[in-house]
Design a protein around this ligand. Structure first.
Ligand code: NAD
Length: 382
């Protein structure tokens, strides 16, 4: 059994819950879940014990009611907790959402104590962070992070940083827990949080779920490296019509994404080819099915220059929802093995910016095999 708590009950988290429910009932095939039925933990073993949001229209509602706003084809829900109020710290500022965060009525230290108390009652093994993309500044050292909470620095801290801090205290009290961060904020890439995690029996997985065009570009780049082709430039962009793309029209938030996406170029090529890789716009009629385009120019034998042009329409939220079905189960396996800190073999396959900070992006085809070996499964092609 894996008990899961969700932070940010939006499109991705609701797609995860809806798809999981259908998997449990055998209504869909596990397509889009990389390890499908290969793990010792089955879909029926995943239990949603709690969910948090700051959207006033979601707080206090049943999980099923919120999920049905995105997917109204789910007949019944095996778990149906009430959505609790989280910490806001400006996460949905400038978006068409009326938000209310716990910090409006208490200090951050009190917020953390309250979250730890509530989580202790709900007893999740794994806490999954799917909040709106936020602007953030990493901490690097644990003391500064702790001081910031102590001094109630609401301008300095992002919601994810407060949640991850609370998760560490919760893990220490419970004797182990997992924090899965699929948004760009540095948690598995921030030494302050990795150190805090090690000391408190927390496992942090992250950062930023690897879906859509980025892992695909990483694989195409590794294909070119293997053939010793010289990449001259890479252009990759996305335009989408969901709330996350609207959030990314904010410059501070877009910067967070740009960084996690761009780290693949140098990591894989070994040199920094000029590149433009970022979400570029919001177009409401596209909805959750974003438009992606990739253009790569490279030099081949005898100085010939080739160009690759790839276009696609990709359903954004199901791509990450499927990965979450694996991440919560792998998180529980890591917890049972007490691999406190962060687990690179999981991050390298599932995350755009795999932690820890000093670790690099490797081609996904290799990361996939390493992750399987870590999970105790037979490699696929090695
Ligand atoms: P969304 O806007 O539909 O959902 C985000 C939810 O989080 C909303 O319900 C919002 O009210 C809530 N929220 C915001 N701030 C909060 C806070 N401080 N505390 C609690 N709840 C909060 O967005 P989405 O499409 O579900 O994407 C969620 C996250 O997943 C984004 O950060 C995005 O960068 C990340 N992500 C998505 C994909 C993908 O969709 N394929 C891939 C990688 C990463």
């Amino acid at each position: 059994m894996v008990k899961v708590l969700i932070l940010g009950q939006g499109y991705v988290a609701s797609t995860f819950v809806a798809g999981l429910e259908k998997l449990k009932k055998g209504e869909i095939e596990p397509y889009g879940v990389p390890l499908a039925d290969e793990l010792p933990i089955g879909f029926g073993d995943i239990k949603i014990v709690g969910s948090y949001d700051v959207d006033k229209s979601k707080i206090g509602k049943k999980l099923s009611e919120v999920v049905k706003r995105y997917w109204n084809d789910v007949e019944s829900f095996s778990d149906d907790p009430i959505i609790s109020q989280g910490v806001h710290l400006g996460s949905v500022e400038k978006l068409p959402v009326e938000a209310e965060g716990l910090e409006e009525k208490m200090t951050l230290k009190e917020v953390v104590d309250r979250l730890v108390d509530e989580w202790t009652k709900l007893d999740p093994d794994v806490i999954v962070n799917t909040c709106t993309t936020e602007a953030f500044k990493p901490f690097d050292n644990k003391e500064d992070l702790m001081k910031s909470i102590e001094n109630n620095e609401t301008e300095r801290l992002s919601a994810t940083q407060v949640y991850a801090y609370a998760a560490a205290l919760y893990a220490s009290k419970r004797g182990g827990a997992v924090f899965v961060n699929v948004i760009p904020t540095y948690i598995a890439n921030d030494p302050a949080f990795v150190e805090l995690a090690k000391e408190n029996k927390l496992i942090v997985l992250g950062d930023d779920g690897a879906t859509g065009a980025t892992p695909f570009t990483a694989d195409v780049l590794s294909h070119l490296v293997q053939r010793n082709r010289y990449v001259k430039d890479v252009a990759q962009f996305n335009i989408g019509g969901n709330m996350d793309f609207l959030a990314l029209t904010d410059e501070g938030k877009n910067k967070s994404k740009e960084f996690t996406k761009s780290s693949i170029v140098k990591d894989i090529l070994g040199y920094d080819a000029p590149h433009y890789i970022k979400p570029t716009g919001y177009l409401e009629p596209l909805g959750d099915k974003k438009f992606i385009a990739v253009h790569i120019e490279y030099v081949s034998f005898n100085g010939a220059t080739d160009e690759l042009m790839i276009n696609g329409r990709i359903n954004d939220s199901p791509a990450l929802g499927g990965l979450l079905v694996d991440l919560v189960r792998l998180g529980k396996i890591a917890l049972d093995r007490r691999e406190y800190g962060t687990v690179y073999p999981i991050n390298a396959f599932y995350m755009k910016n795999p932690g820890p900070l000093e670790a690099k992006n490797i081609p996904r085809i290799i990361a996939y095999e390493k992750m399987r070996i870590w999970a105790g499964l037979k490699p696929k092609w090695l």
